[in-house]
Design a protein around this ligand. Structure first.
Ligand code: PNW
Length: 460
């Protein structure tokens, strides 16, 4: 890859840190949700997780040994600003301060996400993302974190996957805060958008001039499951992608989205000036991609199904299963979807730099008697998707980096610890880390790429 391309791995605070009641941290919506019986598989919680809060030095060593250019992690809002307002908590800040310094000492660029789903519970009690005040609180928190880490962070990402926060959290109810209210989900989407815009401005004012401003979206690649499924594909794109891309990239909310959802909300939560506020200029768009989706119009029978869905305003949208090969999440392995996504973004938004901030796969990995974790299926997945990134770059798309999800096995939200995405295995009973074959494969890929860069001064 070109000089400056970032090879990395990603994690998120609630999924790895544990230590939920240490260092002055207050509870987040994921503490509440995971401790609510029936919400997370097997009653798993992030109370201990991978214990990264105590094992961070060892994890930074792993990052350095892998030869990563960058490490993407998230700052836990309730750890650095307990309760979600007021002055920062020095002990919480110190944790990230040390982490950032340790990464820089090893030549690893910190890529920081400010919100990876762990809203302080107090802000949820005051209404959460469906209320406007949360966007303002988020901007205040972002500016405060920018002030303390802004001199050293390479890339600032405001939000991770606001689609999941808004719709899986407030309409489907499968994620915290577990609400099933379509109107609240749309209001949450708007206030997440607004939070991004306000936080972006607050960050710009305090961080280094060289720092990159970003946001990470889980963009949906929809393919028609039958001929003529144009409207189904359009709806998926509107509610899944353009609801964020539109306002964030300066085009405001799409008219078709407002139309599709007019039976649910009158959009009166959008005030004059909001769309301009959301359109804070970004330097790079973070893209998370795992799989593509099939869509078609629903049969009359399926349309009467009233199970809560994240696809609000899409009663006539059906999302059938995609064919094998599947990962443990049931997600189809298809790197062509990633290539299609990158090419499509480049065509629709020429000149917008992109970065794959998450890509990876869950498989049922086990440590063999000889201490090895043989995860050829994960290597094949990653190899295929890195190939897709290379093809997109060759076709002229400006892709600035690629981050594997995840550095470590971790708390996979509603699935608890049952799904393993790491390139490093974690034994949850002991906290012990074991490199999987995929970790060695990734280290070698990065070494070869770097060697090629130095000896030929060109892409390998
Ligand atoms: C992403 N869904 O999430 C997240 O950014 C990570 O925290 C997560 O571990 C990773 O992908 C793997 O799942 C998603 O249920 C999690 O629709 C769940 C959904 C979508 C994205």
């Amino acid at each position: 890859m070109r000089p400056g391309f970032l090879w990395g791995a990603a994690t998120a605070a609630y999924q790895i840190e544990g230590a939920v009641a240490e260092g002055g941290r207050s509870p987040s919506i994921w503490d509440t949700f995971s401790h609510t019986p029936g919400m997370v598989r097997d009653g798993d919680t992030g109370d201990v997780a991978t214990d990264h809060y105590h094992r961070w030095r060892e994890d930074v060593d792993t990052i350095a040994e892998l030869g990563l250019d960058a490490y993407r992690f998230s700052v836990s809002w309730p750890r650095v600003q307990p309760g979600g307002k007021g002055p920062l908590n020095a002990e919480g800040v110190a944790f990230y301060d040390r982490l950032v310094d340790a990464l820089l000492e090893r030549g690893v660029a910190p890529v920081v996400t400010l919100y990876h789903w762990d809203l302080p519970q107090e802000l949820e009690d005051a209404g959460g993302w469906p209320v406007r005040d949360t966007a303002e609180r988020f901007a205040e928190y972002a500016g405060a974190v920018g002030e303390v880490l802004g001199d050293r962070v390479h890339t600032w990402t405001t939000l991770n996957e606001p689609w999941v926060s808004a719709f899986v959290g407030h309409a489907e109810g499968r994620h915290a805060p577990g609400r099933t209210d379509p109107a609240a989900a749309l209001a949450a989407a708007h206030h997440l958008n607004l939070g991004h815009g306000l936080a972006g401005r607050a960050l710009r004012a305090v961080v280094a001039d060289t720092a990159q401003l970003s946001v990470t979206l889980n963009l949906h690649v929809g393919r028609g499951a039958e001929a003529g499924a144009f409207d189904a594909v359009r709806r998926l794109d509107a509610l899944g992608n353009r609801i964020f891309l539109g306002p964030m990239l300066g085009d405001g909310y799409p008219a078709d989205l407002r139309q599709d959802t007019s039976g649910i909300t009158d959009w009166s939560f959008v005030r004059d000036g909001d769309e301009q506020a959301i359109a804070v200029p970004i330097d790079v768009l973070g893209v998370n991609y795992y799989t593509y989706m099939l869509v078609r119009s629903r049969t009359a029978e399926a349309a009467t199904d009233d199970t809560p869905s994240p696809w609000v305003g899409c009663a006539d949208l059906e999302i059938p299963a995609t064919p094998p090969p599947h990962t443990e999440m049931g997600w189809t392995v298809d790197p062509s979807g990633m290539e299609e996504l990158l090419l499509g973004l480049h065509a629709d938004h020429p000149g917008l730099p992109l970065m794959i901030t998450e890509n990876g796969a869950a498989f049922a990995d086990t440590v063999d008697a000889d201490g090895r974790v043989r995860d050829a299926d994960r290597i094949a997945y990653l190899e295929g998707h890195v190939g897709a990134v290379r093809r997109a770059i060759d076709a002229g798309v400006d892709v600035r980096g690629y981050f594997v999800w995840s550095l470590l096995d971790n708390f996979e939200w509603a699935h608890g610890y049952s799904k393993r995405f790491g390139i490093v295995h974690v034994d949850y009973a002991t906290g012990r880390r074991t490199w999987k074959d995929s970790a060695r494969w990734y280290r070698d890929l990065l070494r070869n790429d770097r060697r090629g860069r130095m000896t030929h001064g060109q892409d390998l």
